[in-house]
Ligand binder design. Structure first.
Ligand code: CA
Length: 257
């Protein structure tokens, strides 16, 4: 009898304790998923330079991560801002770029996406660059052998199609995380929302990527033409997400892999 009462009381206490413990953790992480991130509010967006400033030497970062850029040399909003693909763009002079002081980009073997609107009739220069001047340690996204591609210093990977016809083109590169990622297996290039066909260069495309963290990220160095809506994510966007960037449908929810 006493023993039964003890079991009943103990059961009630345990049930009560478990119940109160449960009620004390009402914040369900999955509840926040109703407010789905978009390509513009994705927490993986670590740099977003829209180039909308009307004056001065600053290219503000709209990602919320505080990676504002500085227009180098003779570049200034008053003289170099022109109508762009999305609002205003910067007209680069083939020499100076935008430097993001203190920001080392997405480094190591991390996944990433760099995406840019570009308009030029001249081959040459960088779109986005950061890293360290050693084999496999650079991340140079820009013109490689006359086409848009990726060159990590040693090895290279570039698309067959031209992008210097004086029209706006959207170009992007994604890297899947791996140990280490290499150009052939983990990198994709995109032109105008589609996966770009790669120029076959043989074994050099197996070059590994392990990006260094010494150089500040720069945009548009030695590039002559217009750049707009430059984005850097620390994840590999999906094919559909790259297409959405091309269509300027960036308020759509992100596709999580
Ligand atoms: Ca813009």
């Amino acid at each position: 009898m006493n023993r039964n009462w003890f079991l009943i009381v103990a059961g009630l206490l345990l049930g009560g304790t478990a119940g109160s413990a449960f009620s004390q953790t009402p914040s369900n992480p999955s509840a926040d998923k109703s407010k789905a991130a978009t390509l513009d509010t994705d927490p993986h967006l670590v740099g977003w330079w829209k180039f909308e400033e009307a004056s001065g030497k600053t290219a503000a970062d709209s990602s919320g991560k505080g990676h504002d850029g500085t227009l180098d040399g003779n570049l200034a909003a008053e003289t170099n801002h022109v109508p762009g693909r999305v609002g205003q763009a910067i007209q680069f002079d083939g020499k100076d770029g935008v430097r993001v002081v203190g920001f080392k980009g997405v480094t190591g073997m991390q996944a990433r996406t760099a995406a840019v609107w570009m308009k030029t009739s001249v081959i040459g220069g960088d779109l986005l660059t950061w890293g360290q001047n050693e084999p496999g340690r650079m991340f140079h996204f820009g013109f490689v052998r006359g086409r848009i591609g990726l060159e990590p210093r040693g090895g290279y990977y570039y698309m067959k199609a031209d992008t210097h016809d004086g029209k706006w083109h959207h170009v992007a590169v994604t890297v899947q995380a791996a140990s280490p990622p290499n150009l052939h297996d983990h990198v994709k290039l995109y032109k105008d929302g589609e996966i770009a066909e790669i120029d076959d260069i043989g074994l050099l495309d197996l070059w590994p990527l392990d990006t260094g963290d010494q150089q500040d990220l720069s945009i548009g160095r030695r590039f002559k033409g217009l750049l707009d809506d430059v984005r850097l994510y620390d994840r590999a966007l999906s094919d559909e997400e790259i297409k959405a960037l091309f269509r300027v449908e960036t308020n759509r929810p992100v596709t999580q892999p």
